[in-house]
Design a binder for this molecule. Sequence first.
Ligand SMILES: [Cu+2]
Length: 481
Amino acid sequence: MDRRSFLKTSAKGLAGLAITSCGSGGGGSGMGSSANVSLNTGVFTRQFFTPPEAGFSVVAGRKVFNLTMQRGTQQFTGQGVTQTMGINGNFLAPTLRMSQNDLVDLNVTNQLGQETTLHWHGMRVPSLMDGGPHQKILHNATWNAAYAVVQRASTNWYHPHAHGSTAPQVYAGLAGMLIVDDAETLALDLPKTYGADDFPVIVQDRDMAADGTFAYSVSQMDKIQGKKGNTILVNGVLDASLDVQAKEVRFRLLNGSNARVYNFAFSGGLMFKQIATEQGLLASPISLSNITMSPGERAEIVVDFSAIAVGQSVRFQDLNTGIALFQTKVVARTLAITTTPTVLSTTLVPLTRGQASRTRAFVLSMNRGNVYINNKQFDMNRLDEAMVLNQVEILDIQNASNMDHNFHIHGAHFQLLSRNGVAPLAHEAGLKDTVYLPANARVEAIIQFTQYTASTTAPYMYHCHILEHEDAGMMGQFTVA
Ligand SMILES: [Cu+2]
């Protein structure tokens, strides 16, 4: 019995009772608060959609991108019409592509009819260009973000970050991928033809009615647990099928969901190699059968389909829900083969505990449905931390609740030193900007802010990336000087 018929049967058996769970913890399991049956069928009738790469012009040596945040409509099942938001389109956004050392200008026009911001999640940029809550874009206004691309090749993303309305705006469709290239990564024998053997995979769940429509609404329980949907989309498409050539294929995984934690795997136990964390190449590829990702996290993986017969298909699935997200159907190879090298990067120099000048504690907690970091809720007018430029620090991040959270910080990248008192798993040892904190978890991350200061009027943010928690104030801000 597949997941859908199981859910149908269960729903019948429960005589119309909502499929609801409101226990503590286990945020990765259960189908959230929806009474509706998942629309994921396990039959892949739609074409996989690869978001197009954004066009740009070159003006005075700078790449200029024009982005319009707009409203639209989308039919996700061919039936009902959902009111959506998108960037240069109805839903989601084009993939921004930049190279290390590029100078970029992003002209962001807000046509949403409401205030917003646009944050470059994972990009190391001056705080005034960060697109956090202080860089508001009013309706009909255009905000210009101009920065140099100073970081290594990596898979990032962009989404709104206006305090109090991030969750509904992302849910409506405002999210896109932002890929940075560099010479080190391009020189490697990795799949790198976008849309042919290198694919973005933006995974988002939505609480869909039977006709495939959704609208953002949160119950009291959704506010506490984060909004989870019954149906999971990949690049905005339900039940998609992707032709993959019988060779290595690279997937850039992004958990772009408001709150759901996934545990991704291929059917049949097909192994894959993780080659990059959120901030680029690992020193060496790591073989995995599955990977857990909390909201905001990214991972680049390479899967070898060469041993699978042409015509066969493999499903990409979430082990937490049992839902198959899309299928990869193997077709004959026309692209050149690649062989993922055993050494990926020699430029990754880890910071070490001995370099740290201090430890800074962040305690994520909940009380009566309210969310806190260090017992405080976000206040735009209060500065919470003062980071010291170039100082190496350990962030001691603790989830003191029985529910899933995670931790994202702007302006710098970190590496995990420990998880629950022991060395982190190898695939968490790369550079990151977001880290999963299941109930009562504790991690130590080592970080160094270099290059950019952040003033009192344009601080950087740190927050839980479960968007309902972020909007409810599980966020703080800091200067760098
Ligand atoms: Cu949280």
